[in-house]
Design a protein around this ligand. Structure first.
Ligand code: PMP
Length: 352
């Protein structure tokens, strides 16, 4: 070992889903939106000139923040934007989870949470989901240094009712509670209205799924101005110019096109519900997802075998080789055409 090596921060990094290249493949492994973003984006991109690249961006991204504020009927000082919700969540961990007490998040959830906790040396505990993969609200009624969970949860897709979220908030007035609503637009109820009552509630959302902008990296948090101010102070102590100017400009266009947004969501939800029906007929079981993916297991065939067979056909889904998850596949809802290819292959595979 070289002498300086002992001063290196040791981390076990988050492993993102594969990004295979090629035009023939069907990519259902990282929960992207199968539809392109609003046509306003393509138009704005064509009109973009060198000015969008020459200057530093507005560090407050005011144009995007005020468009989001309008869309969600809050004040601009209640919104924090960042480079994908990963950036926003990481910043929130750093800003709010500084107690000696462990923060709490479910044992089966977004696998980035323990990585941030380790990176920032935040102690944590992970209450187990119940046998039906549901978060047990009572597990969050004890002393802690903060709480975070996605709603709907990932990778299960299960929604927690607002009244249960309210109960968690009532039991936790002294810590920040973060609800990661990455998949909220696909049919679950947002906890956003609760920010009026609970000043310690932070809602985090993203442009990566429902708004078809994963490649642009845009995420945001909504909460009490004091929470937002605290996050901004941390951000300005690390890197003022997190969001690039093209992302700010194009992200603003996306928020303006509410009609396109709603229409795309409707298509995905319809495809998801149809997929549930034929998947059940093929012998799959899964929690009743409110997200843009299904978390499925098969009664007879091991998940890894199905995963490999699909990959052989250039159909990519997500497989987590981890205890408790290794009999499941997470399948993103694609277009109707993509799901039809998946269905045809699976029917052949199971010899239906
Ligand atoms: N939260 C959850 C629950 C997710 O599944 C993801 C996607 N990996 C994210 C946050 C981060 O998404 P992004 O950084 O693209 O906004």
């Amino acid at each position: 070992m070289k002498p300086w090596e002992k001063y290196i921060r040791k981390v076990v990094p988050y492993v993102p889903g594969e990004q295979p290249q090629g035009s023939r493949l069907i990519k259902l492994n990282t929960n992207e939106n199968p539809y392109p973003p609003s046509p306003l984006v393509t138009k704005a991109l064509k009109e973009m000139d060198g000015e969008a690249f020459r200057k530093y961006p507005d560090p407050a991204a005011a144009m995007l923040t005020s468009e989001l504020a309008k869309a969600y009927r809050v004040n601009p000082n209640q919104i924090f934007v960042g480079v994908g919700s990963d950036d926003v969540l990481g910043m929130a961990f750093l800003t709010f989870f500084n107690s000696e007490k462990p923060i709490l998040f479910p044992d089966i959830t977004y696998s980035f949470y323990p990585v941030w906790a380790d990176l920032f040396r935040i102690p944590y505990e992970t209450p187990a989901l119940d046998p039906d993969f549901r978060i047990r609200k009572e597990d969050y009624f004890r002393e802690n240094g903060g709480i975070i969970f996605p709603n709907p949860n990932a990778p299960t897709g299960l929604e927690m009712d607002l009244c249960e979220i309210k109960e968690i908030l009532q039991h936790n007035p002294d810590v920040v509670v973060i609800i990661d609503e990455a998949y909220i637009d696909f049919g679950a109820e947002s906890a956003l209205p609760l920010i009026e009552t609970y000043e310690n509630l932070l809602i985090v959302q993203t442009f990566s799924k429902s708004r078809s902008m994963a490649g642009m990296r845009i995420g945001y948090a909504i909460g009490h101005p004091d929470l937002i101010q605290a996050m901004s102070d941390v951000k300005y102590s690390y890197n003022s110019y997190t969001m690039n100017l093209p992302s700010i400009l194009l992200g603003t266009q996306v928020v303006r096109d509410e009609a396109y947004f709603r229409e795309t969501l409707k298509k995905i939800v319809k495809t998801r519900e149809e997929t549930k029906v034929w998947m059940r007929e093929l012998g799959f079981e899964f929690p009743d997802s409110k997200a843009n993916f299904l978390f499925v297991t098969h009664k007879q065939v091991p998940a890894e075998e199905i995963f490999k067979a699909l990959k052989g056909e250039q159909i990519y889904v997500r497989y987590f080789k981890k205890k408790g998850l290794d009999q499941y596949l997470r399948i993103t809802i694609g277009t109707d055409e993509e799901m039809a290819v998946l269905r045809r292959f699976l029917e052949k595979f199971f010899r239906v």
